[in-house]
Design a protein around this ligand. Sequence first.
Ligand SMILES: Cc1cc2nc3c(=O)[nH]c(=O)nc-3n(C[C@H](O)[C@H](O)[C@H](O)COP(=O)(O)OP(=O)(O)OC[C@H]3O[C@@H](n4cnc5c(N)ncnc54)[C@H](O)[C@@H]3O)c2cc1C
Length: 280
Amino acid sequence: MHVGFLRPTTVEEAVAALAADEDARLLAGGQTLMATIATGLYRPSATISLAGVAELRGLRRLDDGTVRMGAMATHAEIAASPLFAGAQRLVPDAAGRIAYPAIRNAGTVGGACAHGDPASDWPAIAVAADARLHLAGPSGHRTVAAADFFVDFLTTALDPGEMIVAIDVPPRLRSFAVERIVRVAGDYATLSVLVALDHDGGLCRSVRIAVGSCGVRPLRDAGAEGLLIGRTVDRDTALAAGDRLAAMADPVGDVRASAAYRRRVMPALVSRAILGAMSA
Ligand SMILES: Cc1cc2nc3c(=O)[nH]c(=O)nc-3n(C[C@H](O)[C@H](O)[C@H](O)COP(=O)(O)OP(=O)(O)OC[C@H]3O[C@@H](n4cnc5c(N)ncnc54)[C@H](O)[C@@H]3O)c2cc1C
C-alpha cells in the first residue's frame, strides 16, 4: 500500500530517505512514476519528492564551458536555456522536440535518464552530447559517462539507493543536427539520430553519432564515425556511415514500427543528420 510522502530539502536528506526504505521511490516530474502507481503496476511504500531540493534545480555554465543541468531541470527549461554553445546546442534543440508543452513543462532530465526508457529521447541525447551524470548514494558521489549509464531496457548504472544529482554537457564540438521520425506530432520518436561534429569546409575532423529508439540502449559505433573522420563528406560517405549503423543495430519492433522498418530507414536518417551538421 502507498503510505508515505517525504519532502527532503537536500540531496543528503533524499539519499538518507532512500537508504531508510528500499521500497520508497524518488518523485521528480511524476509523469512516469504517477502513471505506474495510478495503474497499479507499481506500489512504492513512499514517494520522496525532489521538488524542495534547491541544488537539483536549474542550469549553469561552468568556467570551462560545460553546461551543468540539475536533475530537476525540465525539458522546457533546457530547451529555452541560452547557456549552450556550439554542438552543445543539440541538447536544447532535442529537448524542445520532446512530446508537447504539458510534458516538457513537467518532465525532468533526471527522471527521464533514471527511467532509462530506450523509446525516450534523453538516452540518445546524453550519449550524443558526451554527457556525464553526477550520482549521489549511500557510498558517496561518483560520475558516470552517458555511454556507460544506459545499460539495458529500463536499466541504468544507478545502484540501489543512488540518485542523479546533475548532468554535465561538455563543450567539445561545433556543429550539430537532430533528426527524428514521429508518427504524429507529440508521439515518442520512432527513430532519432543526433550528430555532433567539427569540420573544415567539407572535411570532417571529429564526429559523434547517436541513434535512439532503435534497441535497448542508444547506438554509437566507432566504425561508422571512422568512415567520416579525415574525409570529405558527401552523400555517399554519409550513407555508408548510415548503412554501417543499420547493420550494427538491433532494433525492436513495437507499436510504432517494425524492427525491419527502423533498419530500413536508418541509413537515410543518419545521412540526413550528418549532411545537416556538415552544412551548419
Ligand atoms: C504522455 C507522455 C508522453 C511522453 N512523450 C515523451 C517523448 O516523446 N519523449 C521522451 O523522451 N519522453 C516522453 N515522455 C516522458 C517524460 O517526458 C518524462 O521524461 C518521464 O516521464 C520521466 O520524467 P519525470 O521527471 O516525470 O520522472 P518521474 O516520473 O518522477 O520519475 C521517473 C523514474 O525516475 C526516478 N527518478 C526521478 N528523478 C530521479 C533522480 N534525480 N535520480 C534517480 N532517480 C530518479 C523515479 O523514482 C522513477 O522511477 C512522455 C511522458 C508522457 C506521460
